[in-house]
Design a protein around this ligand. Structure first.
Ligand SMILES: [Zn+2]
Length: 415
């Protein structure tokens, strides 16, 4: 069993084959959630899982669950999951590498006649990307009780089509109630979407947790007036206030090394005219850190920066917190079996914290979970240029498989 290995060539072939569904000229994929292309890849996936000996069910949020029987099917399943939807002009690996690694593991176990103690479940979560229907990670969020079914059904794309209508249209409005069963564990493989593993020459990232995020939307109201006739001392320049806050939050992140980050990434200036003092500016702030105490300090400092800037610039500043995700830690046992597997198999690895959100972060609220990273070229993701070395993908899938098998043995032994 220790030398059981996935078939890397077969795994790569599935990347190539499914990559044709929604392929873009530059080698990426555009396969937005609940489109006809999404249906096509789902049909392919469900068929492949059935051929690998699994029974397939779909829940009311459209997530696909492929179950492989264990020796004791009264046990809760151990799950592997990720997502098959992509960004517009996205890559061939984000999410897809995780789902197809899971499929390759099922195929490997099947052809080797290996039966786990607990049943296994391979999951394709609906709408991880959040680019067509917002917010991201809708279905795993619903499974974890973060979103109600009514909420996710009511979300609409830019053309006004609802999540539920589109789910029904592509034939994936399932009958299983969302979150109707427990998971004994959840494991996800994902590309790192950052440059650390590649730059350190490592193959496996053992993800111990995720950084926290605070998102704000701010509206500065000043007074629009003529750029040539309004004396400097009486101006109420909304853009100047935005600029001061931008520099200020950059300072706040720099003051909390090594991990703190801050970004002002979206600015809308009104009236946005070269000879008018901006009367109104809408902009966003994104603060991140893996340490809760640091993040809370950054929150307080940003609060007082905004208050102070409003006073100094004689503008009104309304600030709304639109996302508050505190840093989280994955289950220690799940993380350990991933690290042990990487070590035993001789892959160079390190512990790390996830920057982006993943389905595993939500599932970790309702099940012991872990996340495995593999390197991607240049850390580039959400891009047609996204690229992964076949050997790294094989290594990641093999680590994932051995982590799941070890976790399965531990659960069985613990009973
Ligand atoms: Zn992803």
């Amino acid at each position: 069993m220790q030398d059981l290995s996935v078939n890397g060539e077969r795994l790569w072939e599935t990347i190539v084959e499914t990559g044709k569904i929604g392929a873009t000229p530059e080698g990426g994929i555009t396969r937005l959630t609940l489109t006809d292309l999404d249906r096509e890849v789902r049909d392919w996936f469900a068929g492949a899982c059935k051929a690998a000996g699994c029974s397939v069910t779909v829940d009311e949020a459209g997530s696909i669950f492929a179950r492989r029987a264990g020796k004791d099917n009264s046990r809760d399943p151990i799950a592997i999951g990720s997502h098959l939807d992509t960004q517009p002009l996205g890559g061939r690996f984000d999410g897809i590498a995780g789902v197809l690694s899971g499929l390759e593991i099922l195929r490997t176990l099947e052809e080797n006649g290996y039966t786990t103690e607990s049943p296994l479940e391979l999951i394709n979560w609906t709408n991880e990307e959040g680019s067509r229907f917002s917010p991201a990670m809708l279905a795993s969020g619903a499974f974890s009780g973060i979103y109600t079914l009514d909420f996710i059904y009511s979300t609409r794309d830019r053309e006004g089509k609802s999540f539920r209508e589109e789910l029904e249209r592509i034939g994936y409005l399932g009958e299983a109630p969302v979150g109707d069963h427990r998971l004994a564990g959840y494991f996800e493989l994902h590309i790192e979407q950052g440059p650390i593993l590649e730059s350190e020459g490592l193959t496996i990232g053992v993800v111990t947790g995720a950084q926290g995020q605070l998102w704000y939307e701010l509206t500065v109201t000043g007074r629009a007036s003529h750029a040539g006739s309004t004396p400097m001392p009486v101006r109420k320049d909304a853009m100047l206030a935005c600029a001061r806050i931008t520099v200020g939050v950059n300072r706040i992140a720099l003051d909390h090394p090594p991990a703190a980050m801050s970004t002002v990434g979206l600015v809308e200036v009104t009236p946005n005219s070269r000879n008018v003092i901006p009367g109104r500016v809408f902009f966003t702030i994104d603060l991140r850190d893996p340490d809760e105490q640091v993040l809370l300090r950054m929150e307080r400092e940003t609060d007082s920066l905004v208050k102070q800037t409003g006073g100094e610039s004689r503008t009104e500043i309304a600030m709304e917190n639109v996302l508050k995700m505190m840093p989280m830690k994955f289950d220690e046992t799940c993380v350990n079996v991933v690290r042990d597997a990487a070590e035993r198999l001789g892959y160079r690895h390190r512990d790390m914290v996830s920057g982006p959100g993943h389905d595993a972060l939500y599932i970790a609220r309702v099940a012991p979970a872990a996340l495995v990273f593999i390197p991607c070229e240049g850390g580039i993701s959400h891009s047609e240029a996204e690229s992964v070395r076949p050997d790294d993908l094989t290594a990641g899938a093999t680590v994932l498989m051995h982590a799941v098998l070890e976790y399965d043995r531990r659960l069985a032994g613990a009973r």
